[in-house]
Design a protein around this ligand. Sequence first.
Ligand code: NAD
Length: 486
Amino acid sequence: MTATTESSPATTYDDLLAAITDPEGREILDPATGELVGRVHESTVEELERALARAREEQAEWAAVPDAERCALLHRAADAIEANAAALAELLSREQGKPVHHGPNAMFEVGGAAAWMRAAASLPLEPETVFDDESGTAVLTYDPIGVVGAIGPWNWPMMISVWQIAPALRMGNTVVLKPSEYTPLSVLGLVHVLNQVLPEGLVTVVPGGREIGEALSKHSGVDKLTFTGSTATGKAIMRSAADTLTRLTLELGGNDAGIVLPDADPRAIAEGLFWGAFINTGQTCAALKRLYVHEDVYDAVCESLTEVAAAMPMGEGRDERNVLGPLQNRSQFEIVADLVEKAKAGGGRVLLGGDPAADQPGHFYPTTLVADLDDDNPLVTEEQFGPALPIVKYSSVDEAVRMANRLDVGLGASVWGSDTDRAREVAVRIQAGTVWINKHGAIDPRMPFGGIKGSGFGVEFGDWGEARGHGRGLRVFQWCVRHTIV
Ligand code: NAD
């Protein structure tokens, strides 16, 4: 196992692309323009087998590296991401569609990837003494689990890859990662940069589609699988992993509710509501996906939110004016368009958008707000994962809480109001992995993150995600200081 000692030089976009693209590979097109971004080599099952065998070979040696050295290497990996941020952000923007600079977009995602790498490297993970008294002493330690298989989505491909890679490496595991077939170049680019400083063979990317994901999830050479994606795929992965009893962390889909209380200030919360719902053009797991507004402030919230949303430019990602980009792929565009048509048919009042341009080269769906919807309209009950927010009026807080809780998913949720104590009383009644007050989707590496119900199980971040999520399980050492036990 060898790690380079020099700091990584900054790569240009062209050099980065040249390092990861395969002239014979499958075409990857820019979702904003339809132009060719690059070509990806798709792994065969034999290549996956070799990657897993290599990961197994390297793992014991990596686990034997002292924790402080592993942390130092992860910090250097974060340095490498930062040094190459411009090239990585351009690649991400061209492949995923998000604008490079403005708003929480490509540079933000690359910065987040570095920050999460550092968070994993900075976490104190000392053995924990659970008790030490006259009955004896019990200590918990955390050990690596072995080879971690990771399968990811296309919405935040670089940041989510780091969420999967960083805690696994910190604990002394090795990783074989299958990126989404829609955004493989972003993950190959990121891992190319990481591998400038990490020892060889710790992280291997196996691009491919569902068949490579399936092969990875049922492989006996994988000790733990970490999956981020849709609930339907999460269930398929759980079935695949059953025979080998492979441990799972499942970060799945959501349909996050936001409840605006009667005492909220519509103007003050409008921008927060907008970014909660439309971050990454709505293609975010923990985005606000259905908004419940009390009748006292309903008209004013609709008006303020429409004003903010109408002023947010959408377009091609290298144009510095844009803060929103296209949908990443055509099938997601069709899902959003279909749900908006159903909302119109169900009596929804379109406040903004809802009319995509015909014959455009990219997958742009305009920022859309649909008010006056019934709570059982498909735009409310299904995950749109795009820039179309349904707004539902309510008259009592009990009714709003019931509507927020009635779906079989529970990733995030939010409550908006001027009296934060009152908002907290409502927040504790909502069934979701995280409930925010007066913001939405503010995922933080210091806090555990994960869903309940159909949004998955297991958490990421902090020692909850790191040691417990990527460890073999707790090992208990218990001893007695006396020779007689009563
Ligand atoms: P997806 O489930 O379609 O695909 C995710 C990955 O699974 C891809 O790499 C895909 O190739 C792979 N895959 C597909 N079928 C498989 C199978 N049978 N076995 C193994 N792997 C298989 O999800 P997506 O469309 O890429 O992502 C969008 C979804 O992800 C949304 O529902 C979103 O809410 C969710 N998501 C959740 C989180 C979270 O942290 N909870 C984060 C981001 C996205």
